[in-house]
Design a protein around this ligand. Structure first.
Ligand SMILES: O=C(O)CCC(=O)C(=O)O
Ligand SMILES: [Fe+2]
Length: 337
């Protein structure tokens, strides 16, 4: 893709081959650990993936489904208002402009729809538009594929932290147990005809969970690495997902792994194009301990902050509740935010 953006404004990210991780390649694991420590985000190349399901077919299916879902009438979508149908924004629709945007005084510029993993994998029922029923096998296959990819990443990163089997990252993200993961579908609205004002429709944030697997086929995603005062664009690549680490990974690793600050913006000097993206947001299971995991001193018993309470505390802080230890709960670091 040829774009009118100076090369210095592109983020140079590492690329990890999914099949390399599946084959246990030391080189791929080494690159993954370096990406987790240095950038907190990387491309995952699934070009030569030999997994059971073809990732590119799943992605095409989810794009098509997302387009039909957002094409429903606003009234129909609002029946599943994410702030009304469930707890902790795990299920339902967020209309455009509900939250703050990335430019002072402006609202956000996207609609989104959260589909809960627990509903998709039939751990519980959840209110949803009938259109979703027709796509359940696709959503299940996509979810199981993301969980499988995540297990390979967790394995390599647990080894780096020297974690025993009993406290490996994989044990807090079991495929056959409920977890507050979601598929998030996003649709960014285009600027009006002839409007070339720079836009930041998604406000800067870190992701609160463990891993985010993001699929986007048009530009817009930007990161601001720690210590860098510029926003850098990340370009989409065919047959590559973008994986970023969330605050949980930063907290467990005592800050060794990074959770990268990111946002969505238009290209310099341009308005926003219509843009569809979607992500699998993986979070720790509810009872996972949210403390740094140090192989010499592992959390035992029940005397620790659980993921469930940690996530509630984060949502509380974002709503404006007070807390003694705001910064650490928000980002896993003492100094940031
Ligand atoms: O739409 C994108 O490219 C980014 C979405 C994102 O950061 C999020 O949903 O947390
Ligand atoms: Fe994000």
């Amino acid at each position: 893709m040829k774009l009118d953006v100076p090369p210095s404004l592109f983020a140079p990210l590492k690329t990890i081959r999914l099949q390399g991780l599946r084959d246990g390649s030391l080189e791929e694991k080494r690159k993954l650990v370096a990406a987790a420590q240095e950038d907190g985000i990387f491309y995952l190349d699934f070009n030569d993936d030999l997994g059971e399901l073809k990732v590119s077919d799943l992605i095409e299916g989810i794009y098509n489904f997302s387009k039909s879902l957002f094409a429903l009438d606003l009234e129909e979508k609002m029946k599943y208002d994410v702030d009304k149908v469930g707890e902790l924004k795990l299920n339902g629709y967020k209309p455009i402009r509900r939250n703050i945007g990335g430019i002072k005084g402006q609202r956000d510029g996207f609609e989104s729809y959260a589909i809960p993993r627990n509903g998709i994998l039939a751990f519980n029922e959840f209110p949803h538009p009938p259109l979703l029923d027709t796509q359940m096998p696709l959503l299940q296959n996509f979810t199981l594929t993301c969980i499988d990819i995540a297990q390979h990443i967790f394995m390599a990163l647990s080894a780096e932290l020297d974690l025993p089997e009993s406290h490996s990252l994989a044990t807090f993200h079991r495929a056959d147990a409920p977890a507050p993961d979601i598929i998030r579908l996003l649709k960014y609205a285009p600027s009006g005809e002839g409007d070339s004002e720079f836009r930041v429709p998604q406000t800067p944030h870190t992701d609160l969970g463990s891993l985010t697997m993001l699929f986007a086929d048009s530009p817009g995603l930007q990161i601001r690495p720690d210590g860098c005062d510029e926003w850098l664009y990340i370009m989409p690549k065919e047959n590559h997902a973008l994986i970023n680490l969330g605050d949980a990974m930063s907290l467990w690793s005592g800050g060794l792994f990074r959770s990268v600050l990111h946002r969505v913006a238009s290209l310099p000097g341009k308005g926003m194009n219509e843009r569809y993206s979607f992500a699998f947001l993986m979070r720790p299971e509810n009872q996972a301990p949210m403390v740094p995991l140090n192989s010499d001193c592992l959390p035992e018993g029940e005397d620790f902050l659980t993921s469930e309470n940690w996530i509630k505390a984060k949502f509380g802080i974002l709503r404006g509740d007070t807390s003694k230890n705001k910064s650490r709960i928000l980002t896993g670091r003492d100094s940031a935010v």
